[in-house]
Design a protein around this ligand. Structure first.
Ligand SMILES: [Zn+2]
Length: 216
C-alpha cells in the first residue's frame, strides 16, 4: 500500500483518453435509483467522476434517473430496458438500506451479476458520506469513485478485485487521496477487458457477488 506511487505515473499515461483513441465508441446507460436521496449537487460531482474514469477507458456513460416510488408517473424510457452490461442498474441506498441488504457494517457497496441479466450494484451513501467526513473529503467525488468501482465489478465480471488502484478491495488512505486528486482509475488491462466485454457477442461471467470495503 506504500509503494504504489510509481505505478500511478504509468497508469496516468496508459489509462489516459489517448489509450482509447481510434477505437469505436462504447456507450452504457446507468439506470440510477436514488433511494438515498443524494442531493443533486453531490450527484453532479458523482456523474462527473464516473464520466471521467470511464471516459479514460473509452466508455461513454449516460444516465437515466429511474422512479423510486409508485407515485412517480414518468421516467426515462431506458428505465424499462433489460438490465445488462450496457444497462447496469445502480441503487444508492441509505444506512437502513445497507442493513436490509445484510452486508457487513463497513461495506460501502456491493455488486451482483448473473449471466447477462439482472445486473445491479448497490452503493451506500450514508457510509460514503461518513467516510468522506473525516478528514474532510468531498462526498460527491468519493461517491463517484465507489460507484465507478462497483460498476467496474459489473463490467469486469467475477473476481475483478486487484491489488491496487480503483478495483482494489479495502481502500487505504492513499486510495482516498488519489480519489480526491482524480488519479484513482482502472489499470490498462482492466480497461481492455471492459471494452472487450462491451463488444457485441461477448459472454458475461456467471453469478457472483463482490463488495467494496472501507479503508484498512
Ligand atoms: Zn469491490
Amino acid at each position: 500500500m506504500q509503494t504504489r506511487i510509481g505505478l500511478a505515473l504509468a497508469w496516468l499515461v496508459a489509462g489516459s483518453p489517448a489509450a482509447a483513441q481510434g477505437q469505436p465508441p462504447v456507450t452504457i446507460t446507468i439506470l440510477l435509483y436514488n433511494y438515498a436521496q443524494v442531493p443533486e449537487p453531490e450527484l453532479l460531482k458523482t456523474r462527473q467522476v464516473v464520466a471521467r474514469i470511464y471516459g479514460q477507458v473509452g466508455v461513454t456513460v449516460e444516465w437515466a434517473e429511474c422512479p423510486i416510488s409508485p407515485w412517480e408517473t414518468s421516467w426515462p424510457a431506458a428505465c424499462s430496458a433489460t438490465r445488462g452490461l450496457k444497462y447496469p442498474e445502480i441503487r444508492l441506498l441509505s444506512e437502513a438500506g445497507a442493513r436490509y441488504a445484510g452486508v457487513g457494517r463497513d461495506a460501502l457497496g456491493f455488486a451482483l451479476h448473473s449471466g447477462s441479466r439482472g445486473v445491479l450494484a448497490n452503493v451506500f451513501w450514508d457510509r460514503v458520506r461518513r467516510l468522506a467526513g473525516a478528514p474532510q473529503r468531498d462526498p460527491g467525488v468519493l461517491l463517484g469513485h465507489v460507484l465507478a468501482h462497483e460498476l467496474g465489478h459489473l463490467l469486469l465480471g467475477p473476481g475483478s478485485h486487484c491489488s491496487s488502484n480503483l478495483m482494489r478491495n479495502g481502500w487505504g488512505t492513499r486510495e482516498l487521496e488519489w480519489a480526491m486528486r482524480g488519479s484513482l482509475r482502472f489499470l490498462p488491462e482492466e480497461a481492455e477487458q471492459i471494452r472487450f466485454r462491451l463488444l457485441p457477442g461477448s459472454a458475461p461471467g456467471g453469478a457472483a457477488v463482490a463488495s467494496l470495503s472501507p479503508p484498512e
